[in-house]
Design a protein around this ligand. Structure first.
Ligand code: ATP
Length: 359
């Protein structure tokens, strides 16, 4: 029996609904895998906690995150809950990503069956790439640190050799485990930057090609970020793994999500040397909270990424193939806003039934 301690953070808005669905799927997975035991430990963090106690996350939860085998986080935040400085009080990105030194933000973009892409002519699996967003430096290293007066403010974009090397290496290692780009089956890592304009990005590209030399089995290429935005719309099948600076990754992964059925289809992992946490890409969607219409697949697929990360690939595949099968058979239906036509509960049940082999 393999046991894992997993911290769950249900969060705010649609977060608790998504977490409930995901836990149901994880329970089904454990029923089918007698040798797998996930000890789930719920912790309150986010806007709700801030409103109650004046702190978004407790020291005890942070300590637990340092000790656990896995962390699964539902969306947090509520635009109505603000710090005295006016920023959103419930967000945990800074404290967890920086605090745990999670340098690689992995954002898969995959077109599943039954999902209508705004791009014409793509079969299921015809779009299948991973955006690796550097998570600890870049422009967002300046988060809350911009300097200047009322007329002008400067935010500094920082790229370091060490920070770039580790995230680029992560991208190449990931490509090795994948099956290549849908277009031609070639394992390929693409460096996305703006090195024609910014010196910081020129360093990013330089380090990228230095690391690429260690991976002769994988094609290495570089593209400017503006051209990449264009390519992700007109030829997404060319891409396998893309690696880029923090803000570029933030923008291009959202663009990618839009081509693959919206944010509700987008899982993610934040991964470092020692720790990792997994979360839906989207926010807490207060506009639809409590209505039972959110698509829980973003968090269910994030749980699959978590299982793969802790070495439980078989369980991860079980979730992935169940989601794929349920979408393909029309057991899961989403409307054109990415909401659950038959309700979130029906999606959960469809995935659980397939995990249990009932269908
Ligand atoms: P944040 O800045 O915190 O990421 P946001 O302002 O980008 O948040 P989201 O909360 O991500 O906003 O929601 C954007 C839109 O997508 C909203 O209309 C929301 O209802 C919708 N949405 C987000 N997640 C889901 C989901 N899982 N299922 C269905 N719709 C969703």
């Amino acid at each position: 029996m393999k046991e894992y301690r997993i911290i769950t953070i249900p969060g705010d808005g649609i977060g608790p609904e998504l977490m409930e669905s995901t836990i149901a799927v994880l329970e089904a997975v454990q029923e089918m895998n007698g040798a797998l035991k996930l000890n789930l430990e719920e912790h309150e963090a986010g806007a709700g906690r801030y409103a109650r106690y004046g702190k978004r996350i407790s020291d005890e939860t942070l300590q637990a995150c340092h000790e656990a085998d896995g962390i699964l986080k539902a969306p947090v935040g509520n635009p109505a809950v603000r710090t005295p400085e006016g920023t959103e009080a419930g967000l945990l990105g800074g404290v967890l990503r920086t605090g745990l030194d999670l340098f690689a933000n992995m954002r898969p973009v995959k077109l599943y069956p039954g999902i209508r892409s705004p791009l014409a002519g793509y079969e299921p699996g015809g779009i299948d790439y991973v955006v690796i967003r550097e998570n600890t430096e870049g422009l967002y290293a300046s988060r809350d640190k911009g300097v200047g007066g009322p007329e002008a403010v400067a935010d500094t974009l920082i790229i370091t050799r060490k920070g770039t090397e580790r995230v680029v290496r992560f991208a190449f290692e990931l490509s090795r485990k994948r099956n290549g780009a849908p277009e031609d089956g070639v394992r390929r890592v693409t460096c996305v930057d703006k090195s024609n304009v910014l010196r910081s990005m020129a360093l990013f590209r330089e380090v990228f090609f230095e690391v690429a030399a260690d991976y002769p089995d994988i094609e290495a290429e570089a593209v400017y970020s503006d051209a990449c935005a264009n390519h992700l719309v007109i030829r997404p099948a060319h891409y396998d793994v893309l690696v880029m600076e923090n803000m570029l990754g933030d923008l291009l992964s959202d663009l990618g999500g839009a081509t693959a059925g919206g944010l509700g289809m987008c899982p993610s992992g934040n991964i470092g040397e020692k720790f990792a946490f997994f979360e839906a890409v989207h926010g807490s969607a207060p506009d639809i909270a409590g209505q039972g219409i959110a698509n829980p697949l973003s968090l269910i697929l994030s749980a699959a990424l978590m299982l793969a990360h802790i070495g439980e690939s078989e369980a991860a595949n079980q979730i992935e193939t169940s989601v794929w099968g349920a979408l393909e058979a029309g057991e899961i239906r989403l409307d054109n806003k990415g909401r659950a036509v038959d309700g979130s509960q029906a999606i959960t049940e469809a995935v659980c039934a397939r995990v249990r082999g009932e269908i």
